[in-house]
Design a binder for this molecule. Structure first.
Ligand code: HPA
Ligand code: ZN
Length: 336
């Protein structure tokens, strides 16, 4: 049997603010003298009952409100990287939402310095490599996104790509075409959340207008056979987040999740945790629970791990080294 939780892999869809565990929220709130709406860790955790994406976003933005100093961001990212490393994550591509911090008066520099120091230290101490992906909040204006892009330009070498997250319906990719044109001209790769709550037309726009290298979620792709053809032809990876989809009621039950059908269709699907502190599991739990619910074979699980490395933005030599580790783990599982 494959050790699912520790199989070497990359995590490609992970919001650093979504790794903020209630214990750490309370510890940092106390240090910063911020009063929380909830009286205890238990009361906060008990509020994690979501009915859709917006009901989650409300509590997600409230939690991150306690983050103020470089040290806070450093501790947040370090806690994630330790947990991910213990679950076989060799490489992480980490989203952050600068507008959710700068709009509260935290300097862009504070956020990026705290995060990058954590990423550098984790590479040295844990051997986990990582990249940052800067997301624009799509429910804010295109102008605010453009200003955020301009603020990021001095840190161009620390951010591999730009992305799009927050409330999807009513905020299609087309709203951000000019921002993404500028980002690509400045040398950033592009990704976008699409086809989580929004339909296949959002995925078409992400491909055609934003020229994304990957689609985040994309679970509604199968509704459109022409779109599936396009994703196959271009081998566009999809960063799927099964436990997130259940918690936000994108799917009714994990046993009904389309991941296996996506693999059967030949799509380059990957498994990720999205916001693990809120959705009941890190990437290891996503692998374990999804494999059990859908009856995935060892071969399918190894495909998911391989896909995560192939879909990442690391150089080919590093990809090769991580892929070799996966083959070794798979061979050991077959003989052991
Ligand atoms: N969807 C959109 N925006 C988000 C998410 C998500 O799953 N997580 C954090 N911001
Ligand atoms: Zn997400």
């Amino acid at each position: 049997m494959i050790d699912l939780a520790r199989l070497p892999k990359a995590e490609l869809h992970l919001h650093i603010e979504g790794t903020f565990e209630p214990e750490l929220i309370f510890a940092i709130a106390q240090r910063n003298g911020v009063k929380l709406k909830y009286p205890s860790v238990e009361a906060l955790r008990a509020a994690y009952e979501f009915t859709d994406l917006q009901s989650f976003l409300d509590i997600y933005y409230e939690g991150m409100n306690v983050l103020r100093s470089e040290r806070d961001y450093y501790e947040l990212a370090t806690a994630y990287l330790r947990r991910a490393g213990a679950q076989g994550v060799r490489h992480a591509e980490i989203f952050f939402d600068p507008q959710a911090h700068t709009d509260r008066g935290v300097a862009f520099e504070t956020v990026i310095e705290g995060l990058t120091q954590a990423l550098t230290d984790a590479r040295d101490a844990l051997g986990v490599s990582s990249h940052l992906i800067m997301c624009f909040l799509r429910d804010l204006s295109a102008q605010s996104a453009m200003e955020t892009l301009e603020r990021a330009l001095p840190y161009r070498d620390r951010i591999v790509a730009v992305g799009l997250d927050s409330a999807e319906i009513g905020n299609p990719p087309s709203k951000f075409q000019a921002v993404f044109d500028r980002a690509r001209a400045e040398g950033f790769l592009t990704v976008a959340h699409a086809g989580e709550e929004g339909g296949p037309e959002y995925i078409w726009e992400a491909l055609d207008l934003l020229r994304v290298s990957r689609v985040d979620h994309g679970v509604r792709s199968l509704e459109d056979p022409k779109l599936v053809d396009r994703l196959l032809r271009q081998r566009i990876p999809l960063t799927v987040c099964p436990l997130s989809n259940v918690k936000l009621r994108v799917v009714a039950d994990l046993r009904e999740h389309p991941l296996k059908k996506m693999l059967d269709a030949g799509l380059v699907a990957t498994v990720n945790s999205d916001d693990p502190a809120y959705f009941g599991g890190y990437v290891g739990e996503n692998f374990v629970q999804t494999a059990a619910a859908l009856g995935l074979s060892d071969a399918e699980i190894v495909t998911l791990a391989r896909n995560s490395i192939e879909a990442s933005f690391i150089d080919d030599a590093t990809k090769r080294a991580y892929l070799d580790e996966i083959e070794e783990a798979a061979a050991n599982a077959a003989t052991g």
